[in-house]
Design a protein around this ligand. Structure first.
Ligand SMILES: [Zn+2]
Ligand SMILES: [Zn+2]
Ligand SMILES: [Zn+2]
Length: 96
């Protein structure tokens, strides 16, 4: 619904409910369902693996080294987490 706003799950400011990024804190998927970084299925905070593709949803942040929920950005330092297909190791960091 256009114009209908929800609080960002991270910073609590109101953003459009179809926003892909929070304009205030810059986090991915500030409202609505979290998406699996591999298959884009809806996932929920706290899950161990994606219910669709089985991707591990707990990951070590490469920057701060803490275990974080794999939902786009590290919960602790905000580093963008990207999924790297293990079968395509030679082309690393395909998004940056
Ligand atoms: Zn926010
Ligand atoms: Zn998945
Ligand atoms: Zn981190």
């Amino acid at each position: 619904m256009p114009g209908y706003k929800h609080p960002c799950r991270y910073c609590g400011k109101l953003v459009e409910n179809d926003a892909n990024f929070c304009p205030f804190c810059g986090r991915i998927s500030p409202v609505g369902s979290l998406r699996c970084v591999k298959c884009a299925s809806p996932i929920e905070y706290g899950w161990k693996v994606c219910s669709h593709c089985g991707l591990e949803l707990q990951t070590l942040c490469p920057k701060c080294g803490k275990t974080t929920f794999f939902s786009g950005q590290c919960e602790f330092c905000g580093t963008t987490l990207t999924y790297t297909d293990p079968n395509a190791k030679e082309k690393k960091k395909k998004w940056f």
